[in-house]
Design a protein around this ligand. Structure first.
Ligand code: ASP
Length: 462
C-alpha cells in the first residue's frame, strides 16, 4: 500500500492506510498498546487492540523505532476527541507493524524542549536533538524565511550568483579563517568574511541586481548571537541611493514576515540617527516593543543611519566603524576627499535593527577609485599598502563601475527574532559549541604528518 502522510490522515476516516515514521511515544496498557506515530507532517495516535496480530510486535517496539504501520483510520467517539490537537478526532487502529529500523535508548529526552540539556551532549547527538519539536519548527521557519526572501528577490529581477569560498583575506574587521595551499606551500587562502568585494565586482560586471544566500566565516569570540559561521541574505544593486536600498529591503522584509503571519510594530520602519539612538537607548541595537508586544511576538524594525565613518584606534589613528568600502553621506564627501574632519564624517551605512538585534546592515559604496583611496588614506594606508589591499578594486572602478550599494541580512538573527530564540545555535542545524567544537564530528583536529608535509607546514606544538 502507498504511504500516506500522517498530517493527511484526517481525510481518510474509515479507510485502510499505510504510514511510515517514528514511534514518538508508546504506552503499554497491558491489553492494549497505544502509540503516537510521527512523521514530518505530524503526529497521530495508534492503538493495538486485544487480539490484534500486531500485538506481539507492539510489545517489543520502543520509542524512536522507525516503523511502517498498516491500519484503519477510525473516527474517535465524541468523548475521546481531543480538540485543538492534530488528528485529535481520529485514531489509527493498527493491523500490522513492520520495524524498518530499531533505535537504541535515546541519550536524552527529545519529547520536550532540549534547550536545557548539556551543550556538548546535544552537539554530539545533534541529529537526535533536531528531531525535537522545537528544533524541527526552527529549521522550518528558517527555510521558509530564506525561501520567501529568494522568491521576493527573483520577483524583483535579482539574480542569484555564488562567489568563491577560497579567497583572499579581506579587510572586513574580523580575524580570518585561513586555508593552506598545497600548490603554493606557505601561502594561504582566507574564507570569506562576506562576499563584499565580489558583489561589488558583480556591479562592475553589469548584473545590476545580485543576491546570494551567502556563508560568512569570521574568527570572532563566540557569543550567544555570534558563531564562527553565519549565513546572510546578501544583495547589491546598481544605480541606487540609500533610500532605494532601504525601501527595497523594507518591502522585502515586510512582504516576507507578514506572509509568515507575523505583525510589524510600525510601518514604514522608523528611522533614527546613530547619535539619537545612543542618547535614547545607549546602544545602536534596541528593542522598542512593549511587554505585551514581546508576548505576542511582534517585530519592531527600525533603521539606524548617520553612523560615523571612522573611529579612533588604540594607536591614535583611524579605522572604519562598519565598512571601508562605503561612501560618506554626500554632504561629507568633500571632507573625506580633502582628508579633513575625519572624525566628523558620517557614512551612508544603514543598519536594520529588530527586537534588540542587528537584523542587517549595508551602505552605498565608494564606486570611484579616488573615493576609496581617500578612505584608505584617512586610515593611514601608504600608497603601497593601498595597492596591496584594494588595488584590484581600484582597478575595477576605472572601468565604468556604476554607483551601487547593498546590504546583508543575517539569517540567524532574523530567524531568532521570528522564533523567539535567544541563542544562535537554536536556529542553525549543526552549530559549534561555545568552545569552537563542531557538532557530531570532531573538528578542529590535528592533520597527519603526511598532510602537513604536503602543505609545507610545521606545527609549533605549544
Ligand atoms: N559586507 C557587509 C557585512 O557582511 C554587508 C554589506 O555592507 O553589504 O556586514
Amino acid at each position: 500500500m502507498e504511504r500516506t502522510l500522517i498530517g493527511e490522515l484526517g481525510s481518510y476516516a474509515g479507510r485502510a492506510v499505510s504510514i511510515s515514521g517514528w514511534v514518538d511515544v508508546r504506552r503499554d496498557q497491558g491489553k492494549m498498546v497505544f502509540f503516537d506515530f510521527r512523521d514530518r507532517s505530524g503526529l497521530v495516535q495508534g492503538v493495538v487492540l486485544p487480539g490484534s496480530s500486531a500485538m506481539e510486535a507492539a510489545k517489543d517496539i520502543r520509542n524512536e523505532y522507525v516503523v511502517r504501520v498498516e491500519g484503519t483510520v477510525n473516527k474517535r467517539p465524541e468523548k475521546n476527541v481531543q480538540p485543538g490537537r492534530q488528528n485529535g478526532d481520529i485514531e489509527l487502529e493498527v493491523k500490522s507493524i513492520e520495524v524498518l529500523n530499531p533505535s537504541d535508548a535515546m541519550p536524552f529526552d527529545i519529547s520536550g524542549d532540549t534547550g536545557g540539556i548539556d551543550e556538548s551532549v546535544r552537539a554530539e547527538y545533534r541529529y537526535l536533538d533536531l528531531r525535537s519539536n522545537r528544533m524541527q519548527k526552527n529549521m522550518r521557519v528558517r527555510s521558509e524565511f530564506v525561501r520567501r526572501c529568494r522568491e521576493y528577490l527573483f520577483s524583483k529581477q535579482f539574480i542569484e550568483i555564488e562567489t568563491p569560498l577560497l579567497t583572499e583575506s579581506t579587510p572586513e574587521g574580523s580575524r580570518d579563517f585561513v586555508v593552506p595551499s598545497r600548490l603554493h606551500p606557505g601561502s594561504f587562502y582566507a574564507l570569506p568574511q562576506s562576499p563584499q568585494q565580489y558583489k561589488q565586482l558583480l556591479m562592475t560586471a553589469g548584473f545590476e541586481r545580485y543576491f546570494q544566500i551567502a556563508r560568512a566565516v569570521r574568527d570572532e569570540d563566540l557569543r550567544a548571537d555570534r558563531g564562527f559561521e553565519h549565513s546572510q541574505v546578501d544583495l547589491e544593486m546598481s544605480f541606487v541611493t540609500m533610500e532605494d536600498v532601504m525601501a527595497a529591503v523594507e518591502d522585502m522584509m515586510t512582504t516576507v514576515v507578514e506572509a509568515m503571519g507575523y505583525s510589524i510594530k510600525e510601518k514604514p520602519f522608523p528611522r533614527i540617527s546613530y547619535k539619537d539612538a545612543m542618547e535614547k537607548y545607549g546602544a545602536d541595537k534596541f528593542d522598542m516593543r512593549t511587554p505585551e508586544e514581546k508576548e505576542k511576538g511582534v517585530l519592531a524594525y527600525a533603521w539606524v543611519v548617520n553612523f560615523p565613518f571612522f573611529e579612533k584606534t588604540d594607536e591614535g589613528g583611524w579605522t572604519f566603524t562598519h565598512n571601508p568600502f562605503s561612501m560618506p553621506i554626500p554632504e561629507h564627501l568633500e571632507w573625506l576627499m580633502k582628508g579633513e574632519r575625519i572624525g566628523e564624517i558620517l557614512t551612508t551605512q544603514y543598519d536594520l535593527v529588530c527586537n534588540g538585534f542587528e537584523s542587517g546592515g549595508g551602505s552605498i559604496r565608494a564606486h570611484k577609485p579616488g573615493i576609496l583611496e581617500a578612505a584608505y588614506k584617512a586610515m593611514g594606508f601608504s600608497a603601497e599598502e593601498l595597492e596591496e589591499r584594494v588595488g584590484h578594486m581600484l582597478k575595477a572602478f576605472r572601468y565604468g563601475t556604476p554607483p551601487h550599494g547593498g546590504i546583508a541580512l543575517g539569517i540567524e538573527r532574523n530567524v531568532m527574532n521570528l522564533t523567539g530564540e535567544t541563542y544562535l545555535r537554536e536556529v542553525q542545524a549543526f552549530p559549534m559549541t561555545r568552545g569552537g567544537q563542531t557538532a557530531v564530528m570532531k573538528a578542529p583536529k590535528p592533520l597527519t604528518d603526511k598532510q602537513l608535509k604536503e602543505l609545507g607546514l610545521k606545527v609549533d606544538k605549544k
